[in-house]
Design a protein around this ligand. Structure first.
Ligand code: MRU
Length: 352
């Protein structure tokens, strides 16, 4: 089964509702930037690259909507269009703070808008839609390139731990970390996946496990606090995770709990790899300390959906991401190849 996390269908954006997977498989439709922003905020769509693709379509949808409403191309209509577009960009930029792909995609869409700003609104909207389609297609190509580089790092028979979901569901298809597993299997290697459940949103239990089961890639689910035990028992050969933002010195922000896994991996001499498209590297941020970490609703920690198991009145924290220092990263798997032991100098060269 090919997983189409986002798709353009009948002049609208459709996204798989990842809040209800795997109990139900359903697409939701989107027509405006504000509704796409809400889809990102509420995690209908999640995962750094998928958030970027969704934001790109959000901009295109806003342009289409505004251009259909415009009565002409006079100065007033042009000003209304510009104001509407700026509001669309702003609502999308405010949806989630950590994944840099969101801002990367918005910047890319803005550049296209600026380059065709003198054309009619309909033409501008079509250019923006074409760019959103291109960002989606490019994401799959990049994931396959990363997959090939990453697969070469895994031994036949490797048992690989992953945290959260960096799969087809977190991208436009194939996935980053799970893309490495898919590419390894495609190249004839037998690998098995150990999926951390990933509290509190359960991306591992619900999404990674579902993706791997769909494709008959052997997968074993564990709770997050079991990883150290399995490593100590010699049951994990490598770790591969995705990322939401990499700082210019190689520090890696990813789903909360990743840092814990990286520390454990170092303790047990297990390689810790991060699958990372170039669009996730933020050269404007010197170190991981400056990466904004989203703090989500305490409801997610209190319980699940309507059921609350936490004691009423207790104080709850819910940081959604943490930062793994570059020194714990064995390699960044990018579409341009693997950067072993990443540091500021190597990342600077990558973009030179
Ligand atoms: O909160 P989420 O589900 O959006 O967090 C997702 C992750 O942390 C992923 O590992 C990361 O975005 C990389 S996805 C290819």
């Amino acid at each position: 089964m090919k997983i189409e996390t986002l798709r353009w269908f009948n002049n609208r954006l459709e996204m798989i509702d990842q809040r209800i997977l795997p109990a139900a498989f359903e697409y939701l439709s989107y027509y405006t930037a504000a509704s796409v922003a809400e889809g990102i905020r509420s995690m209908v769509v999640r995962g750094a690259p998928a958030i970027g693709v969704a934001a790109a379509y959000g901009v295109a949808l806003e342009a289409l909507k505004l251009s259909q409403r415009a009565k002409g191309e006079g100065n007033d209509e042009k000003a209304d269009f510009k104001q509407g577009m700026e509001a669309g960009f702003a609502v999308l930029a405010a949806s989630r703070p950590t994944a840099v792909n969101l801002f990367w995609a918005l910047q890319r869409m803005r550049k296209v808008w600026e380059s065709v700003a003198t054309q009619t609104q309909q033409q501008i909207a079509q250019h923006l839609l074409t760019e959103a389609h291109e960002i989606l297609a490019e994401d799959v190509r990049i994931n396959k390139a990363m997959g090939a580089h990453g697969a070469a790092l895994l031994q036949d028979g490797a048992r690989v731990l992953t945290h959260c979901n960096a799969g087809a569901l977190a991208t436009a298809g194939w996935g980053t970390a799970l893309g490495v597993f898919r590419s390894a299997v495609e190249s004839g290697k037998k690998i098995s996946v150990i999926a951390d459940e990933t509290r509190p949103f359960l991306q591992g239990a619900r999404l990674t496990a579902w993706e791997m089961v769909q494709e008959n890639i052997p997968v074993t689910l564990i709770t997050d606090n079991m990883a150290g035990h399995l490593m100590a028992q010699g049951e994990i050969d490598a770790v591969v995770v995705g990322t939401d933002r990499v700082a210019a010195n190689g520090d890696v922000a990813n789903k909360i709990g990743t840092y814990m896994v990286a520390v454990l991996a170092q303790r047990h001499n297990i390689p810790f790899y991060v699958a990372c498209p170039l669009s996730t590297i933020d050269m404007t941020i010197a170190t991981g300390k400056d990466i904004p970490i989203e703090e989500r609703s305490t409801e997610e920690v209190k319980g699940f959906r309507d059921y609350h198991w936490a004691a009423a009145g207790v104080t709850i924290r819910n940081p959604a991401f943490d930062v793994t220092p570059a020194e714990l990263v064995t390699g960044l798997i990018t579409e341009k190849g693997v950067i072993h032991h990443p540091d500021a100098e190597q990342l600077r060269r990558l973009f030179a």
